[in-house]
Design a binder for this molecule. Sequence first.
Ligand SMILES: [Fe+2]
Ligand SMILES: [Fe+2]
Length: 323
Amino acid sequence: MAVPATADEERLNAEFEAVVDRQERIEPRDWMPEGYRKTLIRQISQHAHSEIIGMQPEGEWISRAPSLRRKAILLAKVQDEAGHGLYLYSAAETLGVDRADLTRRLMSGAQKYSSIFNYPTPSYADVGTIGWLVDGAAICNQVPLCRSSYGPYSRAMIRICKEESFHQRQGYELLMTMMRGTGEQRAMVQESVDRWWWPSLMMFGPPDADSPNTEKSMRWGIKRHTNDELRQRFVDMTVPQADALGVTLPDPELAWNPERGRYDFGEPDWAELTRVIKGDGPCNAERIDHRRRAHEEGAWVREAAAAFAARGRAAAAPAGGES
Ligand SMILES: [Fe+2]
Ligand SMILES: [Fe+2]
C-alpha cells in the first residue's frame, strides 16, 4: 500500500523546506507546495506583464527622440523590456501555466502589472526620469530576487538585472545632459522628477503592515526583504544622486537621520496607490487598450509561426512505411 497522502506530503514538504533553508534552488520538476506554486505564478506573471506594459510609456518617445543616438538608446531599452517579459513568461510556464492564458488574464484585468506604468509621459525628460527612478526602483526590488528560491526565476533575474542597470545609467546620463543644458531643460527635468518621485516609492508596494503576502513569501525564499526595507534602500541610494544632478525631490520631510544612518522621508499617498491598482490611474484603460490592439494586430504572426512550426514537424516525420 502507498503511504497515506498526508504523511507523504509531510515528508515532501519537509524536504522542500530543507532545500529552501539551505538557500538552494527549487527546480520545475521538484515537488512544491501548491501555495508556493500559486504565489510564484502570480508574482512572475505580474512581473512579466509589467515588462511588456512598461514598453508603452517610453515607447511613445521613440519616434520623437531628439537625435539618432537618443533614438538608438531608447529603442534598445524598450526592446530589452520586451526580452525581459519573454524570459519571465518562460519562467512562469515552467510552473505549468500557458503564456497565451496569462496574456488573456492581463487583458481581462484578472492579473495586474506594476502601478507605475499607469502614469503618462508628457515630457521627453520622462524618458530620463523613468530610467533613473523607475528602473532604479526595479533594480532595488530585483537584485535580491537573483537569490530567489525558484531556479528559473532567479536565473532570469540575473540577466535582467544586468540590463536594468544599463537602463538606470542611460536615464541618469540623459538627465545629467539636460541639467547641463538650458534653463528650460533644467525645468523640464525638475517637473518630471516632481511627477515621478512618489509613484516610484509606491512601486515597492503597500507598507509592510498592509502587505499580507510578504511573510509567507519571505519564509519560502521568494522574497528576501520587505517592501519598507526596499523602499528605504531606494531612498538612501537616490538622494545623493539627486544632489549630484541638482534636482530637488518633492518631499519636505526628506532629511538625513544621523541616529538611524538613513534618510527619513514622508508617507506616499496610499489611497492613490490603491486607486491606480484598482484600475483608476491616469492611463490604465489606455495601456490595456493598446495591449489588446497589439495582440489582435499580431494574430497573423502567431498563426504564421504556428503554421511554419507544423510544416517543420510534418517534414521531420517519417513519410510513411518502413525506411
Ligand atoms: Fe525590465
Ligand atoms: Fe528596464
